[in-house]
Design a protein around this ligand. Structure first.
Ligand code: ZN
Ligand code: ZN
Length: 216
């Protein structure tokens, strides 16, 4: 039986590792629950983590489970941010509450609905699901890369999928930022779009980082 508290610890071990640390102390600083000896013991008993000296690491089984939890959490964040329009601080609390109640099948549907985002609003990688590799999908995405719009199509920018700040600044200098409505004029050789009163031409590589909510 994996409790919610155990899931929180697995998530913390994953996040600590992502940021380069595996010590008990580093994991504790990431955890939203207090890292008690009993909690660690229950994870050791379930063979989800291994302990060596002061280091905590995920076992292959624990890694698989943590990956799924992280995926749910970060997709939940994207969902509350992009679809419900809730700000990031509140998103953290809400996402944390309902990540535990999202079922596996639902996770992939949400991923598809959001256009298979690769990063959460904090810029962390979202582990890929099966849906991300499937060409065909049953759910029409609500949010999709700008380059997936038809020429002549209109969309409202949901988010920009980059951690490259100079690039973000450049885009925002053009007026390209979340919430703004744009119209796509051309896809190649460069991507040309209308943003407010301005026409902007972008390299396709940059345009692919812009995710929009399609408008009818
Ligand atoms: Zn996040
Ligand atoms: Zn996906």
């Amino acid at each position: 039986m994996i409790t919610q508290q155990m899931e929180e610890v697995l998530e913390a071990v994953w996040t600590a590792k992502e940021q380069g640390g595996t010590t008990w102390k580093q994991v504790a600083s990431m955890a939203k629950v207090s890292l008690t000896f009993e909690l660690i013991k229950s994870l050791l008993d379930e063979h989800l983590i291994e302990q060596k000296d002061e280091h905590l690491n995920l076992t292959p089984g624990g890694n698989e489970l943590a990956r799924e939890i992280i995926r749910r959490h970060r997709l939940a964040e994207r969902l509350v941010m992009d679809v419900l329009g809730v700000d990031i601080q509140e998103a953290e609390d809400n996402a944390c509450e309902f990540e535990h109640s999202l079922a596996l099948g639902v996770t992939d549907s949400i991923c598809t609905l959001l256009g298979h985002p690769t990063r959460c609003p904090h810029g962390h990688d979202i582990p890929e699901g099966k849906c991300c590799n499937q060409a065909r999908s049953d759910v029409k995405p609500l949010v999709l890369p700008l380059t997936a719009l038809d020429v002549g199509g209109t969309g409202r920018i949901a988010y920009i999928n980059t951690r490259n700040f100079p690039r973000l600044q450049k885009l925002s200098a053009f007026g390209i930022s979340p919430g703004v409505t744009i119209k796509l004029f051309q896809k190649s050789p460069s991507v040309v779009l209308q943003c407010e009163e301005t026409q902007v031409a972008l390299e396709p590589e940059i345009a692919r980082d812009i995710y929009v909510r399609q408008q009818e």
